[in-house]
Design a protein around this ligand. Structure first.
Ligand SMILES: *Cc1c(COP(=O)(O)O)cnc(C)c1O
Length: 375
């Protein structure tokens, strides 16, 4: 069986490698997992107990989920309007909910670029799923490099890519606010550039870390109908296990995303969990403030290490690089040495991305990393 490559498989898929998340092993509870930007905190136990009781009392496992997501959509609308202080600005026709934002990214790609209709533009280092999902659909990704100083977009290079990419033209630009892995929000000139882009290009603004940055461009969607904002329950809402993300955009775009998604893309229990998290966000989101405080502390401590260059972060993680000999092997070496001490971080985009954990986890990370550099 092993060598058989079926000829009915698309040839372009044979050379793709899958996104391989860190395997979750039996000893996961003993690991310090600072590699996926998750919240280090489970839902508060009173909420988990309540959720479990829903499962006992309300869920009909024999029935399909609510394919309209109507209850959850209404809750999200309230939250989004609250986040921009504009009651009633958005309604349920401005929201589409996906099985994680990943599903929405794929739907966006299908809606815009499939069948050789368009290419996408990204600026590296950035979230890898845009390119991975594009490749899986046979869609061309144009990648430019970010400015090395502050990881902003090189706008000249971006404009040049837009001008010169014709076959097929760039239809979607993915920006991240704040970016992963580099943790910077869009600056004023980047935002001005996005505002001036032609309206035949879709601008996707991924706000996965909005609750940490407290910055959002959602209010601009009313002025720029070619913009779309993505958010998720996987980070500040502590629901990565449930796979729920949402898009905010004009009804015309949302309509198409709703056509493309699978009819029952969100399991009943995930919808319930997301609804419940929204309704009880005053019990869940305060942990964001603790993470922000811890981030400042971790930043200050890492900053004392002479050979580390560290960037300011608007998210729940910190990006750093070796100042001297910052090649692939040396970064990988640090990752491996931390792994030996049961600490997981991520080596990506030519540097190291470290998620902020609990105070105890951060202490352990700091003492381990300090001893690596003091050897
Ligand atoms: C974590 C993250 C997401 C969330 O993806 P989900 O599929 O909703 O879990 C989206 N975008 C970026 C940039 C992220 O870092």
């Amino acid at each position: 069986m092993t060598d058989f490559i079926p000829s009915f498989i698309r040839e372009d898929l044979l050379k793709l490698s899958a996104y391989i998340p860190t395997p979750i092993s039996d000893n996961q509870k003993q690991l310090t997992r600072l590699d996926a930007n998750e919240s280090p905190y489970n839902l508060p136990s009173e909420l988990r107990i309540k959720l479990a009781s829903f499962y006992e009392q309300e869920i009909e496992t024999n029935r399909y989920p609510d394919g309209s997501h109507s209850v959850l959509k209404r809750l999200i609308v309230n939250y989004v309007n609250e986040s921009i202080n504009k009651e009633g600005l958005f309604n349920v026709n401005n929201i589409s909910i996906g099985n994680g934002s990943d599903e929405l990214i794929r739907s966006i790609l299908m809606a815009t670029c499939l069948n050789n209709q368009g290419s996408i533009l990204v600026a590296n280092p950035t979230f890898s799923m845009y390119k991975i999902l594009a490749e899986s659909l046979g869609i061309n990704t144009i990648s430019i490099e970010r400015n090395e100083i502050d990881f902003s977009w090189d706008i000249d290079k971006a404009n040049q890519a837009i001008r010169e990419t014709n076959n097929p033209p760039i239809k979607v630009i993915f920006v991240v606010h704040p970016n992963s892995p580099t943790a910077n929000c869009l600056n004023d000139s980047e935002i001005a550039w996005l505002k001036n882009l032609p309206s035949d290009i879709l601008v996707v603004i991924d706000e996965a870390y909005y609750e940490f940055s407290k910055k959002t461009l959602a209010i601009e969607l009313k002025n720029y109908p070619n913009w779309l904002v993505l958010r998720t329950f996987s980070k500040a809402f502590r629901l990565a296990a449930h796979r729920v993300g949402y898009a905010i955009a004009s009804p015309a775009i949302i309509n198409v995303l709703e056509k493309l998604r699978l009819p029952y893309n969100l399991p009943t229990f995930s919808q319930l969990a997301a609804q419940f998290a929204m309704e009880n966000r005053q019990l869940i989101l305060p942990a964001v403030e603790e993470t922000i405080k811890e981030k400042e502390r971790v930043f200050q401590e890492l900053n004392k290490i002479k050979n580390l260059k560290i960037w300011r972060s608007d998210a729940n993680f910190i990006y750093c690089r070796l100042k001297e000999n910052g090649n692939y092997e040396n970064h990988q070496n640090i990752l491996n040495q931390l792994k030996e001490k049961n600490i997981l971080i991520r080596h990506t985009g030519g540097g190291l991305r470290i998620s902020i954990g609990t105070p105890e986890e951060n202490d352990y990370l700091l003492s381990t990393i300090q001893s690596l550099f003091n050897q």
